[in-house]
Design a binder for this molecule. Structure first.
Ligand code: NDP
Length: 259
């Protein structure tokens, strides 16, 4: 299937590693140009160079913190300079660990800015660029935790749930401008972040720990790979998924326990 992505500009936040990097590679494999973003300048530049060399596409490296208005504006400006975005993926995010009783207000605000305001600010700015190109697509990477919480991370669950609702509201507004908006809710995806945490917690037995987590939560009894999730996201953002509007797609190996 030709996904009709050649020459499109795809903006992906948090794309120096993990899921975002997997998506960037997936789009580049289809001939799309990609804007790589993360806070570490060294990491984004290295990834941008590597993807350009491997896939022969144009890459743009933007080191910025998307939890700030300035950090988002830097991305919007860079995308405009490169001819304007066709596709936007709000992916940067991270897990939390707290109780509601003990977490300070600042922590709530920081996660709100990272998971929600980044998507608000970037979708607003990049939509104008998509208008000029006749339309586009946006994808919010929320989490299964937006609808099925894990007990140890109430701030993560709450802000991802807000992102899911934002995405739904945005979709109704944007479809009038020929911009499709959807959400993906991944389950357990094996990223360096999960592996490092497992090593820290369980030393040499880290792989057994990950297997226990998969056994407990996912019917399929394993983590998904970054590529298994990325391929799905590349398709949903492509013109070949043109009737997918305002939906939330679970890619979770059977982790969701409701219909
Ligand atoms: P990783 O920690 O592996 O990667 C996160 C990426 O985001 C890095 O490139 C990081 O680079 C960047 N980043 C983090 N904070 C910011 C920031 N403030 N501004 C810009 N970039 C930032 O995470 P994953 O790949 O595991 O997760 C990606 C997304 O997927 C997250 O939103 C997460 O909640 C979601 N998700 C993940 C699941 C999983 O099982 N892995 C399951 C469900 C959802 P740097 O630190 O240099 O900024």
């Amino acid at each position: 299937m030709d996904l009709e992505l050649k020459g499109k500009l795809v903006v992906i936040t948090g794309s120096s590693k993990g899921i975002g990097l997997g998506m960037a590679r997936g789009f580049a494999r289809e001939g799309a140009n990609v804007l790589i973003n993360a806070r570490s300048a060294e990491a984004v530049e290295a990834v941008a160079r590597q993807i350009a060399d491997e896939f022969g596409v144009q890459t743009i490296a933007v080191a910025s913190d998307v939890s700030t208005a300035e950090g988002c504006q830097k991305i919007i400006d860079a995308a405009a300079k490169a001819g304007g975005a066709d596709i936007f993926i709000s992916n940067a995010g991270t897990g939390s660990n707290e109780t509601v009783a003990e977490a300070p207000d600042d922590k709530w605000t920081d996660f709100w800015n990272l998971h929600v305001m980044a998507a608000v600010r970037l979708s607003r700015g990049l939509a104008d660029q998509m208008d000029a190109k006749g339309g586009g697509a946006m994808l919010m990477n929320a989490s299964i935790c937006a609808v099925q919480p894990l007990w140890y991370e109430p701030i993560y669950n709450t802000t991802k749930s807000a992102l899911l609702m934002f995405s739904k509201c945005l979709s109704s507004e944007m479809v009038k401008r020929n911009i499709r908006v959807n959400t993906v809710n991944p389950g357990l995806i094996r990223t360096p972040d999960w592996e490092n945490t497992a090593r820290e917690l369980h030393g040499d037995a880290w792989e057994d720990y990950l297997q226990d987590v998969a056994n407990e939560h996912a019917d399929i009894k394993r983590f998904g790979s970054v590529e298994e999730l990325a391929d799905f996201c590349v398709f949903i953002c492509s013109p070949r998924a043109s009737y997918s509007v305002g939906s939330a797609y679970h890619v979770d190996g059977g982790m969701l326990k409701t219909v």
